[in-house]
Structures are given as C-alpha cells and as structure tokens.
Design a protein around this ligand. Structure first.
Ligand SMILES: Nc1ncnc2c1ncn2[C@@H]1O[C@H](COP(=O)(O)OP(=O)(O)OP(=O)(O)O)[C@@H](O)[C@H]1O
Ligand SMILES: [Mg+2]
Length: 213
C-alpha cells in the first residue's frame, strides 16, 4: 500500500512546499520510494527544487512530477511507498479531491491570524463537505522566536478541536538557503534546527501509523 499525504492551504505562501520537501527527504532517508506530486504546475516550486537537488547530486533522491489533476497522480501512486501532494496556493476543487484520497491532510499555518483563520475555515469547509476530521492536522510553519506568541497560537488552535502536530518549523534564513541548493530543512549543518524539524516528521509518522493501522 502506498501512503498518501496532502499538504494544502486556503492561502498561498504558508510553507506547503517546504513541509512537503521536509517529509519527502526524511522518508526517503529511510529508503522509502517517495514522489512529490507538485500540484501547482504554474509555479513548479518542488519540481524546480528537485532539478537543483539532482544537479547538486544530493542524496537521498526524490521523485517530483507535476500534475494538473489528482486523477493523473493517482494513476502512478502504486509505484511509490509515499506520495505527497504539494497543493496549489489557493483552495479549490482540487483541494477537496486531494482531501478525499489521502490518509493524512496537513494544513500548514503561520502564527499570524491572517494565516490561521483561512486555514481554520478551510478545515471547517472540508469537514462540512464530508472529509473525516481525523485526517486533518495543522502544522505550525514559519514560526518566529516568541514563545508567548506560539503558546497563544496553540491555545487558539486547540479551541478548534483539530489535531495539531507536535513541533513546529521555525522561520530561518538558513532554510531559504537550503532550498536554493536543492536541500530540505533537515539538510543544513545546524543540528539543533534539524532536530526541531524532526519532531514534526515524527509527529507525521505517528499520525500515519495511527490512521493506517
Ligand atoms: N521555515 C521557513 N523559513 C524560511 N523561509 C521559509 C520557510 N518556509 C517557507 N519559506 C519561504 O517562504 C516562501 C513560501 O514558502 P513555500 O513555498 O513553502 O509556501 P507554499 O505554501 O508552498 O507557497 P505557495 O502557496 O505559493 O505554493 C518561500 O519563499 C519559502 O522559501
Ligand atoms: Mg508551494
């Protein structure tokens, strides 16, 4: 069976592609055959990142293909252990289609109310449209250094009743440099940052194990 993970948002720029690449490299490191389905062919963020990765001969290797609809991606899923759907900037019918077929649907959000509220609304829309609430999980992404703000955001999200993954992805210049070179955010030389990102990955692994058992 291939594991299917979606990474979607109502709003652009929340870190979907960053989180997709993080998961792809971490699963590939333990020998999973991973495909990122880049669902935004106009930007091709993950696709172009992988071209840089291949050019710089970075291991483990990841497959990235561009798709314009979910059906086409599903045609190839059996060739992979894991398919990660890196969603387009805005929610659309495609978001619902991704939500329907994945085991786990990640909703990355920054700490700003401008990011949080659209993601919470998207989660409500999906659940009202028949998507199992248990599939959904919020991921804190592009988080600043303020613990106070982080705790406020966690309180705010907890009130929604949705699952929130443990750990968070910090906003770091070094992460932008990593992607420029075709690396993921666990492939910098900063061990402390890597272990923080690994908490998010472990939380995804635990959730997938729970949802697919
Ligand atoms: N943790 C981070 N630290 C620093 N920069 C980040 C981080 N996460 C994302 N970025 C940068 O922020 C921008 C948006 O991130 P990303 O492309 O992952 O978001 P996205 O949700 O996939 O965007 P889109 O909706 O356009 O597809 C990119 O320039 C990316 O390099
Ligand atoms: Mg993207």
């Amino acid at each position: 069976m291939s594991v299917l993970i979606g990474v979607v948002s109502q709003k652009g720029g929340v870190g979907k592609s960053m989180v997709s690449r993080l998961l792809a490299t971490e699963y590939a490191r333990v020998d999973w055959n991973v495909l990122i389905a880049d669902m935004d062919s106009s930007q091709s963020t993950s696709y172009e990142w992988n071209l840089r990765r291949e050019k710089n001969k970075i291991n483990p290797s990841i497959h990235v293909e561009r798709f314009t609809d979910v059906e086409d991606a599903i045609q190839v899923h059996e060739s992979y252990d894991l398919v990660i759907f890196d969603g387009a900037p805005h929610a659309s019918r495609m978001t619902k289609n991704i939500a329907n077929i994945v085991h786990l649907l990640l909703l990355p959000t920054g700490n700003s109310i401008d990011d949080l509220n659209p993601q919470i609304r998207l989660a409500h829309e999906l659940v009202n449209g028949g998507i199992d609430k248990d599939k959904l999980a919020f991921v804190l992404s592009r988080v600043g250094n303020s613990h106070t703000e982080l705790n406020e955001v966690l309180d705010y999200l907890h009130q929604t009743g949705y699952m929130i993954l443990s750990g968070h992805v910090l906003e770091k210049t070094t992460f932008r440099q990593a992607v420029r070179d075709g690396r993921s955010i666990t492939e910098t030389r900063y061990i402390g940052l890597t272990s923080k990102c690994e908490q998010v990955v472990q939380s995804v692994v635990d959730r997938i194990n729970y949802l697919t058992k």
